[in-house]
Design a protein around this ligand. Structure first.
Ligand SMILES: C[S@@+](CC[C@H](N)C(=O)[O-])C[C@H]1O[C@@H](n2cnc3c(N)ncnc32)[C@H](O)[C@@H]1O
Length: 246
């Protein structure tokens, strides 16, 4: 990867870049420094075959469906009807999961759950508290405010307000079991993967709207400047893990 491209080189790459489908980034070539937890492994420590589980902001259900053989029933919600359509297609072979359109306020949901999951999506702690059964768990991984910091700086996006705090979790009435954070190096190995990624991130589905600017080579070059080494484009991955009990 280079630090500088021309507009016509970028246009050509964009022409050959596919659209993201659901929340699937598996085509990207990346490397990440070791991290202290794996979200799905953490969730599996709590799931039991008797449990009803809700996944808020499920996207295409890609990760929630992977857990379907270890809970009794699953409900995935997302504010975006297009995501729910994809999730239903992804879950065609699975009979204990349903997907419905709902915001994080969970206003249309009358059921209560043993576990509420939220990976990288908005959350309303009051709604979560009210939809948990007694002794139920809220398990969430959140994208930290300093995620992709060198890109946020180019786009002049704020990164100083924590996306989640211990204090707000405790104020909701939940008891914190785990509150962890990591911020590690994340490398995108080739320009095609980087363009796919930046094209796929919009404000409805992520905390950054690179889709709006990625066709402008000056912005791409500003993002690349000083951030390319022999491994590729180097940025960071900032995450929180929160596990809390009702
Ligand atoms: C970053 S994606 C994460 C998808 C999935 N949880 C995962 O980890 O693969 C965030 C998802 O949250 C959804 N979303 C955004 N705002 C929401 C809201 N207010 N309520 C519920 N879902 C929302 C988006 O449509 C998107 O599918």
């Amino acid at each position: 990867m280079r630090e500088k491209y021309t507009q016509s080189e970028l246009d050509k790459i964009l022409l050959n870049t596919s659209q993201r489908l659901g929340w699937n980034f598996s085509s990207m070539k990346t490397w990440r420094a070791p991290v202290p937890w794996d979200f799905l492994k953490e969730v599996k420590k709590y799931l039991k075959p008797t449990m009803d589980v809700l996944d808020i902001g499920t996207g295409g259900g890609e990760r929630f469906i992977q857990l379907s053989d270890i809970y009794k029933s699953g409900m995935g919600t997302d504010v975006d009807p297009a995501m729910i359509d994809i999730a239903r297609k992804n879950a065609q072979a699975v009979d204990n999961v349903e997907f419905i359109v709902s915001s994080d306020k969970l206003t249309k949901i009358e059921k209560n759950f043993n576990i509420i999951l939220d990976r990288h999506a908005p959350f309303d702690l009051t709604a979560i508290f009210n939809h948990l059964k007694p002794r139920g768990y809220f398990i969430s991984q959140q994208v930290g405010e300093k995620n992709m910091l060198n890109i946020k700086k180019v786009l002049e996006q704020k990164y100083d307000i924590p996306i989640i705090t211990k204090d707000e979790v405790q104020k909701s009435g939940l008891r914190i079991v785990t509150f962890q954070e990591y911020d590690v190096e994340y490398v995108v190995k080739d320009i095609e993967s980087l363009i796919f990624w930046l094209k796929a991130l919009d404000m409805l589905h992520a905390d950054i709207a690179t889709d709006k600017v990625i066709d402008n080579v000056e912005i791409l070059n500003a993002i690349l400047k000083g951030n390319v080494d022999k491994r590729g484009f180097v940025t960071n991955e900032h995450r929180y893990l929160v596990i809390a009990e009702k």
